[in-house]
Design a protein around this ligand. Structure first.
Ligand code: MF3
Ligand code: CO
Length: 255
């Protein structure tokens, strides 16, 4: 499929989807405490999304059975919420959330510490976030998709971290996953050129150890091969003539 260029009106809808998504993340962040189950997080998330008249993007997507992906410690992405899974002090937890507003998706992810976490875990979370901002800085017309991966790789490498290669960022809009794919590493090909009106989800998935991952028996949960911690940071971004615009944000909510 060709890469879609969004109209002003489509961008307007995606901005609103992104605003609601940011408010949802903000509410979920406040609920992250030892003792809460990943099921509770999913229930709360879906409730908030629907309270804005939106639909959770992930629910039933390729059969995914919940609204929020909740991934703990060595789980990288796509953890399935469960009544038996409790957050505990010292864990790190990644929340990946998507909302549909008037037919348009916004997709973003954050990793949080549960109570006090180790210095190592805190650094991984911060570096993963910075990987996104390194990528954002080169998300400009004239540059190519490869420049995004190169920026993530250069920064993650400085820390000796693993970059997950089996999952990638993506175009986003009327569908959750659109072209192009956006790897978090340097590819042989330059890939498509970035153009104003493209909307993309940039989402580094970084580990404290190996880049290698495997899928659990549930066919969803992706974990690090070596059991090392993983973090995820994602936003939906609009390519403009100048500075890229983060669409998955809201006034008064920290990125
Ligand atoms: N948020 C994921 C992404 O960024 C997609 C989740 S897929 C689902 O691409 F099936 F779990 F919903
Ligand atoms: Co995504």
């Amino acid at each position: 499929m060709a890469i879609s260029i969004k109209s002003q009106y489509e961008v307007e809808l995606m901005r609103e989807a992104g605003r609601i998504l940011a408010l949802t993340h903000d509410a979920l962040k406040k609920a992250i405490k030892p003792g809460i189950t990943t099921y509770d997080i999913d229930r709360l998330g879906e409730e908030i999304i629907r309270s804005y008249g939106c639909i959770p993007s992930f629910l039933n997507y390729n059969g995914y059975p919940a609204s929020i992906c909740v991934s703990i410690n060595d789980e990288v992405v796509h953890g399935i919420p469960s009544k038996e899974r409790f957050l505990k002090e010292g864990d790190i937890v990644s929340l990946d959330v998507g909302v549909i507003y008037k037919g348009y998706h916004s997709d973003s992810a954050r990793t949080y510490g549960v109570g006090d976490i180790s210095k190592e875990a805190e650094t991984l979370i911060q570096v993963t976030k910075q990987c996104f901002f390194e990528a954002l800085a080169v998300a400009r017309p004239g540059n190519h998709i490869r420049d995004i991966g190169a920026a993530v790789e250069a920064y993650a490498d400085k820390w000796g971290y693993g970059i997950v290669e089996d999952l990638v960022g993506h175009g986003v809009g009327a569908r959750l996953h659109e072209d192009p794919e956006i790897p978090n590493y340097v590819t042989v090909r330059k890939g498509p050129k970035l153009k104003p009106g493209m909307t993309i989800a940039i989402e580094p998935m970084i580990t404290a150890g190996t880049y290698q991952v495997r899928w659990l028996e549930d066919d969803w949960t992706v974990v690090t091969m070596d059991g090392s911690l993983a973090a995820h940071y994602e936003n939906t971004v609009l390519i403009t003539e100048g500075e890229p615009e983060i669409l998955s944000r809201a006034d008064g909510v920290d990125l």
